[in-house]
Design a protein around this ligand. Sequence first.
Ligand SMILES: NC(=O)c1ccc[n+]([C@@H]2O[C@H](COP(=O)([O-])OP(=O)(O)OC[C@H]3O[C@@H](n4cnc5c(N)ncnc54)[C@H](O)[C@@H]3O)[C@@H](O)[C@H]2O)c1
Length: 366
Amino acid sequence: MREIRVSTLLNNYPVRIGKEILIESIDFIESIRESRRMFAIVDEKFSELHGEVLRAFFKRLKIKNDEVLKFYATERNKSVKSLELIYESLNNKGFGRDTMVLSFGGGITGDVAGFAAATYMRGIPYVNFPTTLLAAVDSSIGGKTGVNFNNVKNLIGAFYQPQAVIVETSFFTTLPAEELLCGLGEVIKYAFLFSEKLLRYLEENIQGVFALQFPIIEYLVEKSVEFKSEIVAKDEKEKGLRKILNLGHTIAHALEIEQEHKIKHGAAVIFGIVAILFISEEIGLINTQTLSNYLLIFENIKSRVKLRKIKYDKFLFLLLKDKKNRRGKIKFVLLKQVAKPIFDVDVNDSVIINSVKKTEEYFNAK
Ligand SMILES: NC(=O)c1ccc[n+]([C@@H]2O[C@H](COP(=O)([O-])OP(=O)(O)OC[C@H]3O[C@@H](n4cnc5c(N)ncnc54)[C@H](O)[C@@H]3O)[C@@H](O)[C@H]2O)c1
């Protein structure tokens, strides 16, 4: 088992990573529980796939069936309505301030359960058990919790850190390849932002993730948690530096809507990162040789990024709309080289379009 400590102003907590560590973690959970009652919020799909180990875990912790709430994880259910159901359930069952919430699921479940914990009785402790690769490498780290509102993603939320994050990697065996790709998109992002070594490692080992090679997965989760937690420790509330973690995401969001959500989030993020590399080259931050070198990492996964022909007027409209929503403050994170990102860069619309066109060609070329 690997353990990394995340230190923030709000809390200091361990992230434990390993295969078949869930039952092993019971003593640790008991030690941080301090005789609190427990309430578990569990992704419904996950619970169907991993019911046996969950039941054994809950039994050891003396968590009864009616102290487990199943949650159907969709963006639509990442809502105030779901929060109401959680608060109601907690209140009706007499859960008080001496409660600890356990969250089992991907980023949707973790964000909702974390916000419920942040707000129920002005905040009760919670432990996050991410069950998707994306949740393990990204959403479970850093304390952003919240729900969507009025069709705006994560409009209502809070920064609230868990007591611990436990990454049981055997949970990933049931993830479809496209969900693994979602997590990988973020790992590739960390590699470009922080580490040439990680980038080279990915180049060699990326297929090992799809083949569920656990040492590879664990190494990637560990490095991601390390990099993300370092940034979060420096800028917990995203006043500046933490913005670099948005690398590739502005383009990805516009693309997801332009493609009417037919492209998966992970594939869109990978597209967004490549587009950023083309933009960085187009404005002279990196040279053509360096660009080709950086693109090598995508060779083995580019066929997983399936696109319909991009409608550029719509795409640009969506980007600009986003810009308007942020009062003209949409700025890009670009790269001068690996581990040398710059943020808050204004990019000319024609440069964006040219680069996105090159990116489209790149993914369509066989
Ligand atoms: N808080 C943050 O800092 C942060 C960062 C990135 C993303 N997010 C949020 O995370 C969400 C996306 O997270 P996600 O990609 O994990 O999505 P998700 O929670 O929807 O999970 C993806 C799918 O996998 C299923 N699933 C979960 N565990 C499984 C398992 N072990 N085996 C098989 N299927 C399983 C879920 O039921 C769901 O259908 C978005 O809402 C996004 O806004 C938050």
